[in-house]
Design a protein around this ligand. Structure first.
Ligand code: NDP
Ligand code: OXD
Length: 306
């Protein structure tokens, strides 16, 4: 079995983990020839590599978000694209989002302001059941985030394309229910894939539906958000803050206003990183199933883009 790998990460670590998980496989790293590969493992692959993969049995994306593959015209038409499902990312995402939600719920930014002003003043407490947290996207990561937030007793709301039932979460589906979903989300967490249907979804119209003083946490993809619209709503005071992990251009350009905006906290796309050993274990198990003629999960519906 022949594997071709393209990673922007630590090639030696991927090589070692793959050799251990799939002994006997021939493993090569692009730009080695890819034309006779049985499987490709890729992250942000160059178009030339995809063009060479005409005979491949499956293309494994080394992350959860597949927008770099799904919209790529050189992707072989019949090839299955398979994404990572959790593989150690759900726990990391839950940690990140719980931090962001608790930070806002316990008003740590306001206490920091009070500290700078030398002010000793307890603020009135909000009951968790009166504090709405809205999760856009109830997939693998959205569900993990909801489970992690559940014990705090917040009023959890979730939005997805198709209707879901999630214990402890009020669920909403489709464009027609988006406004109702947004109306009570004091923190809005974005965990949607970037697709033609979601690009620019977080614009002025959508974000204005959030209650005054809401915060936005974008841990999905930068292009879901219209940056200028978010900045305008932060500047007007309609939104109280934003915690952003993902951006239109990464690294975030030095001149971007997000860097120094007093109501923006940002991190360099680290909410949930791909863990090599966990990812390789998942991919190797799927390759073994495919070789045995068995079905696998995580196959991207290319017409939906995720
Ligand atoms: P999933 O595919 O498991 O879940 C996607 C969810 O979004 C589903 O509930 C789906 O609805 C919903 N959805 C998709 N399109 C729409 C739409 N048009 N309207 C409403 N809901 C929609 O993805 P994951 O949970 O695994 O990952 C989510 C995203 O998180 C990734 O695509 C990636 O961009 C991002 N990510 C970011 C990381 C970081 O470090 N910042 C790390 C890992 C991932 P339905 O279930 O009905 O289909
Ligand atoms: C992913 C990511 O999609 O790391 O896995 O952003």
């Amino acid at each position: 079995m022949r594997l071709i790998v393209h990673t922007t990460g630590d090639a030696a670590a991927w090589d070692a983990a793959l050799r251990q998980a799939l002994p006997g496989a021939h493993i090569a790293f692009w730009p080695a020839p890819a034309a006779n590969a049985d499987y490709a493992l890729v992250w942000k692959p160059p178009p030339q590599l995809l063009r060479d993969l005409q005979g491949v049995k499956a293309i494994f994306n080394l992350g959860a978000g597949v927008e770099a593959l799904a919209g790529e015209p050189t992707l072989p038409p019949g090839a299955s694209v398979v994404r990572l499902e959790d593989a150690g990312m759900a726990q990391q995402m839950a940690e990140y989002v719980c931090h962001a939600v608790l930070h806002r719920y316990r008003e740590f930014d306001l206490y920091a302001e009070q500290q700078r002003a030398g002010l000793w003043r307890a603020r009135p407490r909000t009951q968790p059941r009166e504090f709405g947290v809205g999760i856009l996207g109830l997939g693998v990561l959205g569900n993990a985030v909801a489970s992690a937030l559940l014990p705090f007793g917040f009023a959890l709301r979730g939005w997805s394309r198709t209707r879901k039932q999630v214990a402890g979460v009020a669920t909403f589906a489709g464009a027609r229910e988006l406004d109702d979903f947004l109306a009570a989300a004091q923190v809005l967490v974005c965990l949607l894939p970037l697709t033609p249907a979601t690009r620019g979804l977080l614009d002025c119209a959508t974000l204005s539906r959030l209650p005054r003083g809401a915060c936005v946490v974008n841990v999905a993809r930068g292009a879901l958000l219209v940056d200028d619209d978010l900045l305008a709503l932060l500047d007007s005071g309609h939104l109280a803050g934003a915690m952003l992990d993902v951006f239109h251009d990464e690294p975030l350009p030095p001149a971007h206003r997000f860097w120094h905006h007093p109501r923006v906290a940002l991190t360099p796309h680290v909410a949930a990183i791909t863990l090599v050993d966990e990812a390789v274990a998942q991919i190797a198990a799927k390759i073994r199933r495919l070789e045995a003629g068995l079905p696998i999960t995580g196959v991207v519906a290319r017409d939906h883009g995720y």
